[in-house]
Design a protein around this ligand. Structure first.
Ligand code: NDP
Length: 273
């Protein structure tokens, strides 16, 4: 947990994909710092757990708005933003965190993977971010707010068997830069955090059996330069920092890799180490 800050007291924070993983850890952190929060995702069951965790962290029931739905659905996104501003009267922070690797089971590799997989991946990881940000901008302009996009280190050049997920995150990074450059003129700061391997439900949600996913993260604990995978709270702390104007006002349009040294060693900087 970070040192106490009063910045988020009564601020309004919307975190997409906050029914699980990184988004859940972030929204609980904001709620515990006094923010009014919107928790959202598709699973009502998981949303209820997030809400309980916010309350256990000190939030009051009336500080939390819970809205279930799919961020690739434009009507739902409109509801999400309108109901957040309708209930709380303002919006200070948008965290575009909802995302996934849509696993393709065709057995093909690289760009021979069917284009439907590209479309659904881009829809979730990029298009929905543009749409929700468009709706949030007028509200964030009034509060001189902040946006954090949750990208990935796979946005940096890597060769991966299923390329559309990294492609979508590279696109998201470019989007962060474009958003940051135009929106700072309205007083809105935009940055991204690019996690490496973080122990969440991510691989299971992408189609990996739960036990296999656990073994996968265990093996990464041994091979990562830092000697362990990150936790959702590791990333939540960075999101928290990047959206707290009193801590990070000068940071605009940056991608913060948070990966236990993975990229450093994959860029050939480590020869002989
Ligand atoms: P999780 O699977 O634990 O959480 C993903 C969250 O996104 C859930 O709350 C899920 O909610 C929500 N979500 C997924 N699809 C949709 C949708 N169509 N509509 C609404 N909500 C949706 O994964 P992480 O917490 O790990 O992932 C969070 C972000 O971090 C993603 O953008 C991911 O790409 C990124 N990331 C993760 C890494 C990792 O190693 N874990 C590494 C690098 C980046 P629900 O299931 O209820 O719909």
């Amino acid at each position: 947990m970070l040192a106490p800050t009063t910045f988020f007291h009564d601020k309004v924070v919307l975190v997409t994909g906050s029914s699980d993983g990184i988004g859940r850890a972030a929204v609980v952190m904001f709620a515990s710092a006094g923010a009014r929060v919107t928790v959202t995702g598709r699973s009502a069951e998981k949303l209820a757990i997030t809400k309980q965790q916010c309350i256990a962290a000190g939030a009051k029931e009336e500080q939390i708005l819970e809205i279930g739905g799919d961020v690739t659905d434009k009507n739902f996104i409109e509801r999400l933003v309108n109901e957040t501003v309708g209930k709380f009267g303002r919006l200070d922070v948008l965290v575009n965190n909802a995302g996934a690797k849509t696993f393709d089971f065709s057995g093909k590799k690289g760009i021979e993977i069917p284009i439907d997989n590209f479309d659904s991946t881009m829809d979730l990881n990029v298009r929905s971010v543009i749409l929700i940000s468009q709706l949030a901008i007028p509200h964030l302009e009034k509060t001189k707010g902040a946006i954090v996009n949750v990208s990935s280190i796979v946005a940096f050049p890597f060769v991966i068997a299923q390329p559309y997920y990294p492609l979508s995150k590279s696109c998201l990074d470019q989007l962060t830069v474009q958003m940051a450059g135009t929106l700072i003129r309205k007083g809105i700061r935009v940055n991204s955090v690019n996690p490496g391997a973080i122990r969440t439900n991510f691989s299971h949600a992408a189609g990996m059996a739960e036990e296999t996913a656990k073994k996968f993260y265990d093996s990464l604990d041994e091979s990562l330069p830092s000697g362990k995978c990150g936790t959702p709270e590791d990333i939540a702390k960075i999101i928290f920092f990047l959206t707290d104007r009193t801590q990070s006002e000068i940071i605009i349009g940056q991608r913060i890799a948070a990966d236990g040294g993975t990229v450093l060693f994959n860029q050939g900087l480590s020869a002989g180490v």
